[in-house]
Unconditional design. Structure first.
Length: 91
């Protein structure tokens, strides 16, 4: 699977008219990290970081990756459903 995280983050950030600085201030994530992610140098290792970014844009944390691949993969789809069920039970 291709790594689409940085490309998708930048696209969503720009669609929401946010600068890297503004996103950094909202999330507490350093501008350098956001820049490095968008440039494809690195990706966040923590799923909680993806969840934080997703909450800012009101999207699924999986939107930053190749969502088509995720939706077409039955194993991943099953795992995602189980995770959603577990998260609902926590609430």
């Amino acid at each position: 699977m291709r790594n689409d995280f940085g490309v998708n983050l930048k696209k969503i950030r720009e669609q929401n008219n946010l600068s890297i600085t503004a996103l950094s201030e909202i999330t507490g994530i350093s501008r350098k990290s956001i820049y490095d992610w968008e440039s494809g140098r690195i990706t966040p290792k923590s799923f909680s970081t993806r969840k934080l970014l997703a909450s800012v844009f009101n999207v699924s944390p999986f939107i930053f990756d190749n969502e088509t691949y995720l939706k077409e993969n039955p194993v991943i789809t099953d795992i995602l459903k189980r995770l959603e069920t577990l998260e609902k039970k926590k609430l």
